[in-house]
Design a protein around this ligand. Structure first.
Ligand code: NAI
Ligand code: MG
Length: 354
């Protein structure tokens, strides 16, 4: 069996962490009798430098023509003075829209050996293993009308919160499917006590839930959910919500578990999927060989599971990461006294060994 992977390394530490991840995937090929065919494409600042645009058409074609996309990170001080519509980060927004990647999956898991990285007490966070599914292509970020208008001589800022039932249904179905493969619990987050859009959201969730009697469903208002995430994080399994609530809650879930260099993500649609770490291009440490590759390696583990159906390989990669942490290896970003401080290459070697 073989899979085609579009590899977009991007800027800053992007090339370092993606190269490390490809080495781990090489081990997966060996162990699972599978072949990965990589094709590289330009995105971000490097694409601006070489082609004048952050997402060249060839890159988009390459992604459309692949079974999955693996991305490093984009951006850096070199391009910070460009207008927002010309910056490296535009390439990301465009690729998500063009590939119709409507569900953003952000797992937040507490790794027992790193439990002290959480700002919360160990007894509160212990065992936390949740996944926030954020709708990514609709909501108040895209609804029309939008703009700053004049009304009776005063300015008024306008955005429109808007979801069609089909947009809600597809991300909710995806979330139930994922919950079914995990601990079979889904929390739907809305603000239906105040917002019409949320009223529709809740109706659609109830309708879809009839097809998933095996999955336990809970509804929470977004303000309450923000509290429960810090009070009882370990009680959550899958959380599904709209674009703006998901933006905020997924960052909150990330900080609950601690370290930025450990957080993977997937953005998936019906035809395509893109896997990338949550963190950025870390220009402050780029080229020094100290970047933590784990977020990208765990993103690749998600790719194995969600795009290739290789659940066993995915679990094995996760276990290898956990074992490496248990053995005491730490990149500088997650280092604390008494542990074994290593660079990108060395921690990757250990993960491969494990
Ligand atoms: P950042 O996530 O790149 O870095 C924040 C801090 O965390 C830095 O001190 C960095 O050294 C550290 N860090 C991040 N990832 C790390 C890793 N894997 N190993 C060790 N340390 C790590 O966020 P920042 O500094 O706000 O942004 C830097 C650039 O990245 C900007 O141009 C920004 O626009 C871009 N960015 C790109 C994203 C993407 O490609 N998806 C997401 C967020 C920011
Ligand atoms: Mg955000």
């Amino acid at each position: 069996q073989s899979f085609r992977i579009a590899v977009l390394k991007g800027d800053g530490i992007g090339p370092e962490i993606v190269d490390a991840t490809l080495r781990v995937l090489g081990k997966v090929e060996e162990l699972f009798n599978v072949k990965f065919e990589y094709k590289e494409g330009l995105i971000g600042g490097i694409a601006i430098d070489e082609t004048g645009t952050p997402l060249p058409d060839e890159t988009l074609e390459l992604c459309r023509d692949s079974d999955a996309v693996l991305l490093g990170a984009v951006g850096g001080p070199k391009w910070d003075n460009l207008p927002t519509d010309k910056r490296p980060e535009r390439g990301l927004l465009k690729i998500r829209k063009e590939l119709d990647l409507y569900a953003n999956l952000r797992p937040a898991k507490v790794w027992e050996p790193l439990i002290d990285a959480s700002p919360l007490k160990p007894e509160v966070v212990r065992g936390t293993d949740m996944l926030v599914v954020r709708e990514l292509t609709g909501d108040v970020y895209y609804g029309e009308p939008r703009g700053i208008f004049e009304e009776g001589g005063k300015r008024v800022g306008v955005n429109t919160m808007r979801y069609t039932e089909d947009e809600i249904r597809r991300v909710v179905i995806k979330s139930f499917e994922i919950a079914r493969k995990r601990r079979k619990k889904l929390t739907s987050v809305d603000k239906s006590n105040v917002l019409e859009v949320s009223g529709l959201w809740k109706q659609v969730v109830e309708e879809v839930s009839k097809d998933y009697p095996d999955v336990e469903l809970e509804h929470l208002y977004v303000d309450n959910c923000a509290m429960q995430l810090v009070r009882r994080p370990s009680s959550f399994d899958v959380i599904v919500t709209g674009n703006i609530f998901g933006d905020i809650l997924s960052d909150e879930a990330g900080v609950v578990v601690g370290s930025l260099g450990m957080l993977p993500s997937a953005s998936v649609g019906d035809k395509h999927a893109l896997y990338e770490p949550v963190h950025g291009s870390a220009p402050d440490i780029a080229g020094k060989g100290v970047a933590n590759p784990i977020a990208t390696i765990l993103s690749a583990a998600m790719m194995l599971k969600y795009s290739f159906g290789m659940d066993k390989a995915s679990d094995l990669v996760e276990k290898a990461v956990e074992e490496t942490l248990n053995q005491g290896y730490r990149t500088p970003d997650i280092y604390s006294q008494g542990y074994n401080r290593v660079g990108t290459q060395e921690i990757t070697d250990k993960i491969i060994e494990n």
